[in-house]
Design a protein around this ligand. Sequence first.
Ligand SMILES: [Zn+2]
Length: 353
Amino acid sequence: MSFRQICLLLAALLALLPARAQAAGDWKLVKHQGRDHVTVANIANFYGFTSQTSSGNSFRLATGRTSLSGSVGSVEILINGIKFIMSYPAEQVNGQILISRMDLSKLIEPVLRPGRIQGGANSRTIILDAGHGGHDTGARGLWGNEKNFTLDVANRARDLLTRLGYQVKMTRSTDRFIPLHERAAFANRHPNALFISIHFNSSNNRDATGIETFTLAPRGVPSTWQDGPRVSDFQLCAGNARDAENMVLATAAHASMLRRLRMPDRGIKRARFVVIREIKIPGVLLEGGFVTHSTDSRRIASPAYRQEMAYSIVDAVKSYRTAVSGAATRPVAVQANADGTSETPTVILQSAN
Ligand SMILES: [Zn+2]
């Protein structure tokens, strides 16, 4: 994926023309293993994908510069080259490829049509949450501890955002311990804001590398590492009121990090971490690489890398705001150059009808 493609991911996603889309009633639900699903063909038709191909186990939908691909038996899908980890794998039944209704409504829909989110938060207040601190060092890396790297990225992002006129609030701005519940409570004192939690990963597997982004699991679906939902997964969390915005913010942040940091893409995943579960504002948790990986850790230890991660947070905020802005609630098209190589796409607002 080119620099420009990722940069413009969200704008490109708006290229899907709802003009071809039909009323929601045109979804035809298919029951499989006790869960509602829709067919990939139904998704193609609803969102106006003009090309639908499959070979072997894999499928691909495309229109203009937007694509969605995956394979049967896998929870991974790529939307414009960005990896998302679905709650349930794609299935094949009677020659039809099925996607769970949950993944349609909580993942595909907000990513493809972010402008349709009702009352999407469009705040200029950003809460930066530097993970860990004080006696909680976080992951211990080859070149330093997570708590110091997260605080440095948060400070850099604060400076950049402040210069752009955003109000920035930090859950911590020094090396001190703050319990997770207090971080969420702090976020909830700012009702019209975005929450970005900054972390770095560790693993016993020294080969684990790359970036991943966590967004709150919708009610009733398992977190990414579980086999099936647990009883507790059916409790409604405060953060679930923001499911759609959470997914858009995660997409914006993940795409920005991929572009800026050029790290392996581990995907946008689901979790119920306290800080994204208990907040009432849109939130996301970023994992900017592995402090336990030889290459990742050396990069994370460099100020230049952390500055790029800070820039990616700024990009994420801007992309998110554009995506959920009221302007995008109308059908939009992206105008590419005739040769298809384009690049600054022009968003064309079409008359409502
Ligand atoms: Zn952490």
